[in-house]
Design a protein. Sequence first.
Length: 141
Amino acid sequence: MKELLLAGFNDFAGAGIAANISNSMQAHGITVKNIDKQSYNMPIGAFLSDDAFITKNGIAGKISELTETAKKSGPYTGPEISRKIIIMCDIDRNSIDELLHTLTSCGVTKDDLKAVLTPINSCFTILHIADELLREHEALN
């Protein structure tokens, strides 16, 4: 299932941008899910609407284990992440440029962090992927 996972869109301006993204993505058949701050300690794979990606890549057990560990530790109560993050799930390479253009028209900037879901980063928490993407972004810029 084509899906965008959004994190860091929890302030007033971010909520407006997230709504714009959600409305625009409906025309492309893409579901949008906004991850709330309390869930930043959960693995990214736990937020997918369809478990086909997890099953196909043989990581269902790992995602389940990480989810249970996160639930036991309770909701995340730390600070908001410093940048907005967009994770693209099941979006083919040919559609990414068009999608990025649409996201820009919705208010997403070049400083917002973007990633494509992989079997490895699906096990990361939002906090972990934020750190990884921020390091990559700074290295490239």
